[in-house]
Write a protein that binds this ligand. Structure first.
Ligand code: UDP
Length: 464
């Protein structure tokens, strides 16, 4: 019975398209893996920019869409502008390729699955009468905020005004105005427009798949089910469906695994792991506050400084001379880490994160308490939920200062409040594991996703 279930997708090919950003590519490849494990054949269609490495996935087919990006355009410095360009330039080549797939694929193609940010794919699929499923790589709670953007603008919460930052957003507790998503793009309106288009085209799709789980975001999921008349599939945490190790192969950068042997030498739950994801950038002044805050906390730390993290610097130049050497081995810096492995390591006691959704979920899955320092977009909502609702972290407030950093680390590592936060984190971790077990919520939603894909197939091919 179980084996039969695992092979239900056999004889069908799924076509999936990621948005070319690390935080989007990883969950899409994980989803592809999950569906592959249910018997589906998989083709990943992707832009030339930030193409995934096909050698890591010998069991998938890959197809490159010419994205028409110039050398300067092919950059994640302004991710909103990049996404806008892809939404315009990939429409024609994707339509041509999809049409040929529908004609020539030896296996039936029941639907197309694309990242929510690639909203252009809805029109392409409509024209070809191909059902489109959406993968939303962020959380459901932040999506609910995105879906409320027109209302938030109508009520004057958006664009943000300095004088209202501390006001509660009455329609979206526990958020305050300062927690609402923003993004500094070259065109100040482009983030708002992209979000509204993304939401609108999700509503027009055949269903939205979420890398979250019911027990974590039940209230947002309930509201989305009320407001959207399409199926909602919370089947996460994706990476926990998979065997250990499958995740790291989705990495665009090579992880420096030397940090694992450094972690082996540290005491249990003593290390602060610091990483701000693949896109966020910080100023030289902020780097110094982080560096001195970490040094003064007296805790060991593992810090990911990717080239490009510090605005205007190649890599570590802004750090004081001899900074690491003077700490006598208490600090370790890498350009990119095997993050999931790091968070699983028993020496890690806290994660200082920008609260990208993947990082937030990875931390929850390992029961690691967070120091939340959101930078932009949905990160601010995730940080608020982690600190105020799930109570698995503390949020750094206002301007980044070394004294506050030191206090936040202490609050998370020692004392009664630290013990309470750790207990909350372990409770949430248990829920993240339980939802994937047979009859758990994500397990059941995955079953209905597979059934719906197979039933949509028969009606779609009739329509074509
Ligand atoms: N990541 C990693 N090594 C690092 C830093 C990040 O493997 O040194 C991975 C992390 O595990 C996560 C992804 O990169 O899966 C970052 O996604 P997230 O949504 O957290 O943030 P984004 O990069 O999109 O801002």
């Amino acid at each position: 019975m179980e084996d039969e279930k695992k092979q239900r997708g056999k004889g069908h090919r799924l076509l999936l398209m990621p948005s070319p950003l690390q935080g989007h590519i990883t969950p899409l490849l994980h989803l592809a893996h999950i569906l592959f494990s249910r018997g589906f054949s998989i083709t990943i269609v992707h832009t030339l920019f930030n193409a995934p490495d096909p050698t890591s996935y010998p069991h998938f087919s890959f197809h490159t869409i010419p994205d028409g990006l110039s050398q300067t355009e092919a950059s994640t410095l302004d991710a909103v502008h990049l996404t806008d360009l892809i939404n315009i330039r990939c429409a024609h080549p994707l339509k041509e390729w999809l049409a040929s797939q529908l004609l020539n694929s030896p296996e039936p193609v029941p639907c197309f699955i694309s990242d929510a940010a690639l909203h252009f794919t809805q029109l392409v699929c409509d024209e070809l009468k191909l059902p489109r499923l959406v993968l939303r790589t962020g959380g459901a709670s932040s999506f609910l905020v995105f879906a409320s953007f027109p209302l938030l603008r109508e009520k004057g919460y958006l664009p943000l005004q300095e004088s209202r930052l501390e006001e509660p957003v009455v329609d979206l507790p526990p958020l305050k105005v300062k927690d609402l998503p923003t993004f500094r793009s070259q065109d100040p309106e482009s983030f708002y427009k992209l979000v509204c288009r993304m939401v609108q085209e999700c509503k027009g799709s055949s269903g939205v798949i979420w890398n979250t789980f019911e027990e974590l975001e039940s209230s947002a999921l309930r509201k989305l089910r009320q407001d959207f008349s399409i199926p909602i599939y919370p089947i996460g945490p994706f990476h926990k469906h998979l065997l250990t190790g499958a995740a790291s192969s989705a990495s665009l950068l090579t992880p420096d695994k030397s940090c694992m042997s450094w972690l082996d030498k540290q005491e249990c739950k003593s290390v602060v792991y610091v990483s701000f994801g693949s896109i966020a950038a910080i100023s030289e002044a902020e780097v110094l506050e982080i560096a001195w805050g970490l040094a003064n906390s007296k805790q060991p730390f593992l810090w990911v400084i990717r080239p490009g993290l510090i605005r205007g610097s190649e890599w570590l130049e802004p750090l004081p001379n001899g900074f690491l050497e003077n700490l006598g081995g208490r600090g370790y810096i890498v350009k990119w880490s095997p993050q999931e492995q790091v968070l699983r390591h028993p020496a890690v006691g806290a994660f200082w994160t920008h609260n990208g959704w993947n990082s937030t979920l990875e931390s929850i899955c390992e029961g690691v308490p967070m120091i939340c320092m959101p930078c932009f977009a949905d990160q601010k909502v995730n940080a608020k939920y982690a600190s105020s609702l799930w109570k698995v972290g503390v949020q750094l407030q206002n301007k980044l200062e070394r004294g506050d950093v030191e206090k936040a680390i202490k609050k998370l590592m020692v004392g009664d409040e630290a013990n309470q936060i750790r207990e909350n984190a372990l409770n949430l971790k248990e829920k993240a594991i339980a939802c994937l077990k047979e009859d758990g919520s994500s397990y059941c939603f995955l079953d209905s996703l597979v059934s719906d894909i197979l039933s949509v197939e028969s009606s779609a091919s009739r329509a074509r």
